[in-house]
Design a binder for this molecule. Structure first.
Ligand SMILES: *Cc1c(COP(=O)(O)O)cnc(C)c1O
Length: 321
């Protein structure tokens, strides 16, 4: 396997950027995880840095994962696999949409994409794993979205990173918001917070804005992620009231957005020069604005984590023209 020099060292912190425009009555900062210096960045690049270590320690000769046509995760993993000198095989549910830039980039890395009806994704993964093993391959499987221990660990580290940056930037954050999808970003951040609390320290609360799942299922998956990660320490650290996940702004589910989302994306791009996509980051930023307004939260320092998805910004531009 080839080494990736960038991932041989812990990733450096990403910048915190204060917003200039008015976005309600709080001071809003954005943590630019979209600027992680690998494959257009984002939380999937953070997670990939952790998977890199696990794959390096394995005897894998192939990486397999799954994701939708517009998956950021598939782009990053295809890049990771190619750079490591491994083949990448991706299972993806059939889509009526034209190929996204993420898909085009994924294929540029030589990843093979196998599509199937959405209800058959799991069976197709099993069958593909079986076929590869029968051929003598040693596939390394990564769950969709980089869900799992590695994904959680990546964002536990980000929570610590944020707490250190508070000193560096001279700002204490009251709340951290982010787009919550498969749940490992939120599981990791929440673990970071829980450990802070257990150590008798105060740190910002974490609020996940669901961009897809309904509340009950979304919370369950995040809690399971925390449990799997903390293992024997789960009972000691876990406090249910610290898991804050709202499905109020999911707009009916994955990929849906409205005019309000488009408007805020336009405002943040033109005023701050920060691109946001409609599926994750723009939708969650818009949800955060509504959350703060509806809960009448004012005068707070808020940190919004920009979890990436830059190629999706360009897909949307294409759609507009
Ligand atoms: C995957 C993704 C998310 C959601 O992260 P999870 O860890 O799956 O909850 C948020 N934003 C972007 C841009 C993503 O690609």
């Amino acid at each position: 396997m080839n080494k990736i020099a960038l991932f041989e060292h812990p990733l450096k912190s990403t910048p915190l950027v204060p917003l200039s425009g008015q976005y309600g009555d709080n001071r809003i900062w954005i943590k630019r995880d979209d600027l992680i210096p690998f494959s257009f960045g984002g939380n999937k690049a953070r997670k990939a840095a952790e998977f890199y270590r696990t794959i390096m320690e394995s005897d894998a000769d192939l990486v397999m994962t799954y994701g939708s046509n517009c998956s950021n995760h598939c782009r990053v993993i295809a890049n990771l696999a190619f750079a490591m000198g491994l083949h990448c095989h991706i299972i993806s549910p059939d889509s009526k949409e034209e190929d996204s830039y993420n898909r085009l980039i994924t294929e540029q890395f030589g990843a093979t994409v196998e599509t199937c009806p959405v209800a058959e994704v799991s069976a197709t993964i099993d069958a593909a794993m079986e076929t590869f093993r029968a051929k003598g391959n040693r596939p390394f499987f990564i769950m969709g979205g980089g869900h799992g221990i590695e994904g959680t660990r990546a964002y536990e580290k980000v929570y610590e990173e944020i707490c250190l940056q508070q000193l560096e930037y001279g700002t204490n954050f009251d709340l951290i918001f982010h787009a919550s999808g498969t749940g490992s970003t939120q599981a990791g951040l929440t673990v970071g917070h829980l450990k802070y609390l257990a150590a008798g320290k105060t740190g910002p609360k974490v609020i996940g804005i669901s961009i897809a799942r309904e509340g009950k299922r979304g919370r369950e998956v995040i809690r399971e992620g925390i449990k799997e990660y903390l293992a024997a320490d789960y009972e000691r650290f876990y406090r249910d009231q610290e898991l804050i996940f709202t499905d109020r702004y999911r707009l009916g589910g994955y990929g849906n957005y409205n005019e309000e989302v488009e408007q805020i994306i336009g405002k943040v791009m033109s005023r701050e020069g920060i691109p946001m996509d409609t599926t994750y980051v723009g939708k969650a930023f818009c949800g955060m604005q509504n959350y703060l307004r509806e809960k009448k939260i004012t005068g707070k320092n808020i940190l919004f984590i920009h979890t990436g998805g830059t190629p999706l910004y360009f897909d949307h531009l294409k759609g507009l023209s």
